[in-house]
Ligand binder design. Structure first.
Ligand SMILES: C[S@@+](CC[C@H](N)C(=O)[O-])C[C@H]1O[C@@H](n2cnc3c(N)ncnc32)[C@H](O)[C@@H]1O
Length: 171
């Protein structure tokens, strides 16, 4: 385990953050199935979560997969999974800028994680060929796309769900 000191480098470790050596081999491979086009070129410009911006973003699906969109029209919301390609992958404890204390990677929605997979539930405005217009995305322009799934409010919504540390923070 490597523990590090404060750093001014945006990709460096902050006070209290801990990085570990990743495994030597990968266990699986995946395909980028497209790219997400957004107005944001720098991480600091991005919304912190999917509800923080009303910007219309475009999901450009690789045309080879376009037939996979059949049946998705008339769907109001989609779960979008994407690969945070600029995130580091070795942190186990993190100190995000906007939170006072450090926390474990799996207690956070930070892009920095062993497999930097992000998800957003986005409103689907329209589909034109292999392009989907959506609202509710928080990533850099050009972020690789991993998957698109229909959002089922009947099974995906958990209205009484709680994240303990976040509730306490708001008291
Ligand atoms: C807190 S994460 C949340 C991501 C997703 N909504 C989730 O919950 O999994 C969003 C932040 O990740 C950062 N980010 C966006 N695109 C990125 C990319 N391609 N690589 C690394 N970091 C990225 C930006 O700072 C953005 O505000």
């Amino acid at each position: 385990m490597t523990e590090a000191a404060n750093s001014d480098d945006p990709d460096g470790l902050r006070e209290g953050e801990v990085a570990v050596a990743p495994p030597e081999k990968f266990d699986a491979q995946l395909f980028y199935i497209g790219r997400i086009r957004t107005p944001w070129r720098r991480r600091e410009e991005c919304p912190k979560n999917a509800r923080e911006s009303d910007a219309e973003c475009i999901i450009e699906l690789d045309p080879r997969w376009a037939d996979g969109l059949q049946g998705l029209d008339r769907t109001s919301h989609v779960i979008v999974l994407y690969w945070m390609h600029e995130a580091r992958r070795d942190l186990v404890l993190q100190a995000p800028h906007h939170y006072a204390e450090h926390r474990g990677t799996f207690a956070l929605r930070s892009p920095a994680r062993p497999n930097p997979i992000a998800l957003s539930v986005a409103r689907l405005l329209r589909i034109e060929g292999n392009r989907l217009s959506v609202v509710g995305i928080d990533c850099l322009d050009g972020t690789p796309l991993l998957d698109i799934k229909p959002y089922f409010a009947s099974t995906d919504a958990v209205p009484d769900a709680v994240v303990g540390w976040h509730v306490e923070r708001r008291r």
